[in-house]
Write a protein that binds this ligand. Structure first.
Ligand SMILES: NC(=O)N[C@@H](CC(=O)O)C(=O)O
Ligand SMILES: [Zn+2]
Ligand SMILES: [Zn+2]
Length: 345
């Protein structure tokens, strides 16, 4: 088995960088690996127009290590006040690449999200016109729907009719977690894709709940049963260009996760490509890593593929138990464990 793996530089098509005093601890991790990242807009308050997105982008760029060319691809947060005019402005801007739909109450900082999904039609028409993708956190939020069924129900109730009404809309179902989501994506044309995280490939709900509750594996959409994990693994094994890398790396301070009401989100960006490499190798498809990590997302967004490369070497290293996070600390995914691949810097 090869001990050195050189691939085209990857991109992260779903990333939370947060803001303020944690940026110096969070931005370099991704900038050292990835050429670009789609930066999620769920700040407090959320990023809702081009002006705010460009200001946030500058705050991010201030923490990119010298000598690295890292391009943050910005997104706007859809609220009840988003207009087709705002979408058109985003479409005309060089640095805003997509719009993110959070159903109100679905996840971290989603309280400004869309309360009336009926408003989506005008937005989708404007997005189609601008050839910009709609990124969705695909979960319904009704109290009576079981948390493990919320993604499937969103597909059935919202996305199936939406893509039927907007057949040319580019749609990314973010951080998919179910067999049904892989089927939905596969059943549609090239304009429907999905991101897949490290944690949803590597774990199922047993890992989170058997033998004690592991708050650092809690993210949204929540880990599902093993047949769903296997469906996601099958999606990447298939090598289909509809599925691409999106870490959904979502750091929260240790205390906010190890709490009576713990926050959702896993921090994987510190070693994103190494973590995916290990999974792809375990699945016997290391040769499919480059397409998933470096080609298919760029192709979907209609952006050029990166032209430089990164090299991973087979070298055991131990993940720290904690990492700096502003005044706080964060517990990274696989903290204290040994990883097999290391990015050569
Ligand atoms: N994935 C998560 O569990 N959390 C994300 C929000 C999100 O992507 O849904 C976060 O911002 O913390
Ligand atoms: Zn989400
Ligand atoms: Zn996310």
């Amino acid at each position: 088995m090869a001990d050195v793996l050189t691939i085209t530089r990857p991109d992260d098509w779903h990333l939370h960088l947060r803001d303020g005093e944690v940026l110096p601890h969070i931005v370099p991790a991704t900038a050292l690996q990835m050429g670009r990242a789609v930066v999620m807009p769920n700040l407090k308050p959320p990023v809702t127009d081009v002006h705010q997105a460009l200001a946030y982008r500058e705050r991010i760029l201030a923490h990119v290590p010298k000598g690295r060319q890292f391009d943050p691809l910005m997104t706007l947060y859809l609220t009840d006040n988003t207009t087709p005019q705002i979408i058109a402005e985003a479409g005309a801007s060089e640095h805003v690449k997509a719009v993110k739909l959070y159903p109100a109450g679905a996840t971290t900082n989603s309280d400004s999200g869309l309360t009336d999904l009926g408003k989506l039609d005008d937005i989708c028409a404007a997005l189609t016109e601008a050839n910009m993708p709609l990124l969705v956190h695909g979960e319904v939020t009704h109290n009576h729907v079981d948390i493990f069924d919320r993604e499937k129900q969103f597909l059935d109730d919202i996305l199936v009719p939406l893509v039927a009404r907007h057949p040319h809309l580019k749609l990314v179902v973010e951080h998919i977690t179910t067999k049904e989501a892989t089927e939905f994506v596969n059943a549609h044309g090239d304009h429907v894709g999905a991101t897949i995280t490290v944690q949803h490939l590597a774990y199922n709900r047993n890992h989170m709940l058997v033998g004690g509750i592991r708050p650092h594996l809690f993210c949204l959409p929540v880990l599902k049963r093993n047949i769903h994990q296997q469906a996601l693994q099958d999606a990447v094994i298939s090598g289909s260009a509809k599925f691409f890398l999106g870490t959904d790396s979502a750091p929260h301070a240790k205390g906010a996760k190890e709490s009576a009401c713990g926050c959702a989100g896993c921090y994987s960006a510190y070693a994103a490509i190494e973590l995916y490499a290990e999974i792809f190798e375990d699945l016997g498809v290391l040769d499919k890593l480059e397409g998933f990590a470096s080609f298919y997302g760029a192709d979907f967004y209609g952006l050029p593929r990166n032209t430089d490369t990164i090299t991973l070497v087979k070298e055991d290293w131990q993940v720290p138990m904690e990492m700096a996070f502003g005044q706080d600390v964060i517990v990274p995914l696989r903290s204290g464990e040994t990883l097999r691949w290391k990015l050569r810097q």
